[in-house]
Every structure is written in C-alpha cells, then in structure tokens.
Write a protein that binds this ligand. Structure first.
Ligand code: CA
Length: 225
C-alpha cells in the first residue's frame, strides 16, 4: 500500500512514517499542500493521510480542491482534539475517515487498511487468489495453507498485484508501490523482486506482459481457506 502523508510537524510525521513502514507500508511524506499536489501529480497513491493545519493551505481547502478536480483517493484526516467542528466539516469536505491527535499508530494502520479495503469493495481482510491467501493487515501469506515468508518489498509488490488483479502494472507503477516516488533505484530492482516472488509462490504468480509490465497470473490450485 502506497501512502501519502501530508503533515508539517516533522516529529509527528517521522513517527507515522516509521510506524507504517514497520507494518510493510510504503510512505511518502510531504510537509506542504504544494508538495502534496506535486506528489499526486507524479505518483499513484492508495491512500492519503492529511493533517488539516498546513503552513501554505488549509487542509480542508486542499481536500475540497482535490475532490472538485476529480481526485478520489481515500483520505484520512488528522485533526487536533480541540477542533471538533473540523471533524464534522472534514467528513463533509470529502474525507473518508479521521483520527484525533494524539492517536495510536496501530489504530492508524488498522484504519488505513479498512479504508483501502472499503474503497476497493472488499469485505474481508484476507484476499484469496487460487491457493494463495494474503492477509492485508498482518502481511501474512499462505500457499495451499503453508505459511510463506516474504521480504518487505516482495510483500508490497504482491499487495500491488492483488489489489489490482486485472491491471497491467508498469515497472514505474510497481516502483511507486514498492519504493515511493522519491526513492532512486536500479532499473532492474523490480525484476529481482519478481524473480523472488516467483521462486517463493510459483512461476505463474506474476505474468510478464512484454513491453508493458506485469500483471497477476491466473488463480491456480484453488484450496479455499
Ligand atoms: Ca499541522
């Protein structure tokens, strides 16, 4: 899951980034509305965590602007405890959920998963794909009931494929999901992670679409869990 964190408080932001990374999420952090616009223009995000008190633009105004220009990514608003009016206003202004500061990181992480799942129209936490089961909130993976250990990047990659089961994902899109848009990386890094995914989950877990990218392979060996 690729998260855009818009928060001008560096201390709060670094806590959120560290906490979410521990849960295997990819987080890009910006501190201003202007940089948030730039991030959304250059990269795909699954969800945005938005602080309402930003230095260059009110978070509410930013959100309204995004919604009126057709940006429909799920938004979780962070708000101060004394801004009760904002909470109601926040939801009306296009936010999908909110948390009152200070909040628990596990709570934030759980809310993000619920949000993304709700938007994707899924009702359970675990995704089945043939013999594969993937539980989004815990990052656990089973193949035919046997637990499989994946590295963090491999998990991010698998998550991207399972959340877009019919899409062809370009190397650039996969880099966004796995690394975040700011990170520079070697051009064959995604190939290497896909090699490891295939080695651990079977060759057909990911299909190469020549010249375009990759997509999730067909469901195989279904054993419903
Ligand atoms: Ca702030």
């Amino acid at each position: 899951m690729h998260v855009l964190l818009v928060e001008d408080d560096a201390l709060v932001a670094s806590g959120i980034v560290a906490g979410l990374k521990l849960h295997g999420l990819t987080v890009d952090h910006v501190g201003t509305a202007r940089l948030a616009d730039a991030a959304l223009a250059t990269s795909h995000f699954d969800v945005c965590i938005l602080d309402l008190g930003l230095p260059d633009e009110d978070g509410m105004a930013l959100m309204r602007r995004w919604r009126s220009s057709g940006r429909d990514l799920p938004i979780l608003v962070l708000t101060a405890r004394d801004a009760l009016d904002h909470r109601v206003e926040g939801l009306l202004g296009g936010a999908d959920d909110y948390l009152v500061k200070p909040f628990d990181l596990h709570e934030l992480q759980a809310r993000l998963h619920v949000l993304v799942r709700r938007i994707a129209g899924r009702s359970t936490d675990c995704i089945n794909h043939g013999a594969l089961t993937f539980c989004a909130s815990t990052g656990q993976v089973w193949m035919a009931g046997k637990p499989i250990t994946l590295a963090r990047r491999e998990l991010s990659l698998l998550r991207a494929f399972l959340q877009n089961p019919h899409a062809i994902l370009s190397t650039e899109q996969l880099c966004d999901s796995v690394y975040g848009y700011e990170q520079q990386l070697e051009s064959n890094a995604i190939n290497v992670h896909i090699y490891h995914l295939r080695r651990k989950l079977g060759n057909n877990i990911v299909e190469t679409v020549r010249g375009l990218g990759y997509r999730l392979g067909p469901a195989e060996g279904a054993s419903e869990r």
